[in-house]
Design a protein around this ligand. Sequence first.
Ligand SMILES: [Zn+2]
Length: 137
Amino acid sequence: MSKFIRHDHCPSCGSHDNLAVYDDHEYCFSEGCGRYVNYERSPTITSESPKPKKSLYSLPTTTQPSIRHRNLDASTVQKYKVTVFDDPDSEVEVIFPRFDNEGQHSANQIRMRGKEFRFQGDSASSTLFGQNYFPLS
Ligand SMILES: [Zn+2]
């Protein structure tokens, strides 16, 4: 539906106020003029589709053991929601979750069993939460 905005001066026939301006077109009612202009509608700006969430290892749901060799006791592990993989066959050894400014779990810092670190998720939005607590070396 066109929405009437105002009557205006018609540049085609010089009428003072026979031009009816709508939000998407204008039309002149002057006899013999018939000016009609369809306004180019600016395309609706659709907000960028959110980036698909990369799948993250989820936060631990069970009580995690301490990480003795890193001097992290169980309460610290709980506090930072660290996931500890006890299975020696698991590639992943420990997961340190990262959180964004809203406290959402947004990324994981993953320690592989070969002492290699990997990062999973959105590093940009992740705070350095806990980083000092878990030095990389
Ligand atoms: Zn006109």
